[in-house]
Ligand binder design. Sequence first.
Ligand code: FE2
Ligand code: FE2
Length: 474
Amino acid sequence: MVSNTVDLNAKIPNNVGLSDDVKLQRALEKWLPSYLEWWNDMGPSDFAQKNVYLRTAVSVDNDGWAHYDYVKMPDYRWGIFLNPRQEESLIRCGDDAGKAAWHEVPGEHRNALRRIIVTQADTEPASVEQQRLLGHTAPSLYDMRNLFQVNVEEGRHLWAMVYLLHKYFGRDGRDEADMLLERRSGDPDKPRILGAFNQPCDHWLSFFAFTMFTDRDGKYQLAALAQSGFDPLARTTEFMLTEEAHHLFVGETGMDRIVKRSAELQRLDPNGDVRNQGGIDFDLIQRTINYWYTYSLDLFGGEISSNAADFFATGLKGRYREDKYEEHRALGGTYRLPVVEDGRLSERDVPMRNAMNEVLRDAYVHDCERALRKWNRTLEEAGSPTRLALPSRRFHRHQGIYADHAFDPTGNLITKDQFEQRRHEWVLTPSDNDYLLSIMKASHEPGKFANWIAPPTRGIEGQPIDFEYVQLRD
Ligand SMILES: [Fe+2]
Ligand SMILES: [Fe+2]
């Protein structure tokens, strides 16, 4: 039974009564060494012996769920935590909205649910792999700690999903759990499942853009799964969202601090040339936004999708904040969507259920627009004339109805040749990456920050900014 009390002394900390289910406990304890082997091979390189000021989940209560202390990452207490739910849980959307939620996997939804869980689970280790080398070029101890915090929590999210696979999907689930440790981000022979999670993330501008845009996709996917009629999935993802909020904070404020610093350097330079001052110029920031935002848009799936309609109809996946909607069946109504027909853009009305991916993408886009407004306020306050923008959601897409066409950043249909000619102006290029790597020199002194980023406004958990967030000295 899920409870508020967490068994912290167990080999695998949990609030799911693991010790009462010996078979499951044994299976997960068998998975544990494979997980640690994966962490040692593919997790943050070279900092395993260092003390990091990390938060660890120790409870599922809203207040005081986390404990902060120095931990060596391989000793992190990865655990299985589900949100307890007081009231009787109900299916929240689709044809059976209002009926009792499922506490076991219904046979007819078994394949779909397994696919949903595996796809979500796969992103967790993937991002750890993508970020593996970033510790070496951290712009400060504060940022290095945040990177490692994100990494260990993605590891815990993998545990959360593996628990579901082991407990509810039998032999298939155990096989899937093993395969989650076998795929590798960017490996052409055994890639991670989703495109964005195979893209290289080899410097900190991409790290911040990734946690801003790609982790934020995760937030909306988890929020949709938190509405699931499969109750254990809903409660697992609810607790993951609690941790995920920090990852989004790291990305959004990281980008904001870069924007702030670039504006300072722009003012300092006689020609307003940020790069001349060793900083990150705004065109490059814009190309990075364009790159990660569009790869993240792909993660929501096709604009017109019978899968999305099925997931909603069967109550497997809801909308963002389903409880804010008055009507949970979405049988009537249509969604108006720009489509390419006969070589030009026109509009089509799609039945609402088939547009559920687009409805979720809307919530995400609004959230990203909010962050952009914030960064532009930072620019305004710094007296910079520059403004940043999100590209059209049709631009640079690899999934969905726009993927076979080319668009400029404002969403105008162009030819593929025209796109290729201007690609280097619009999305991150190899030479951008070379430049970024050339300026990313580690800054290891407490309270000191690399030249290309401003310090944060405050430290972590009441600690000062110059706190020794990672103890690098032996
Ligand atoms: Fe995660
Ligand atoms: Fe995350």
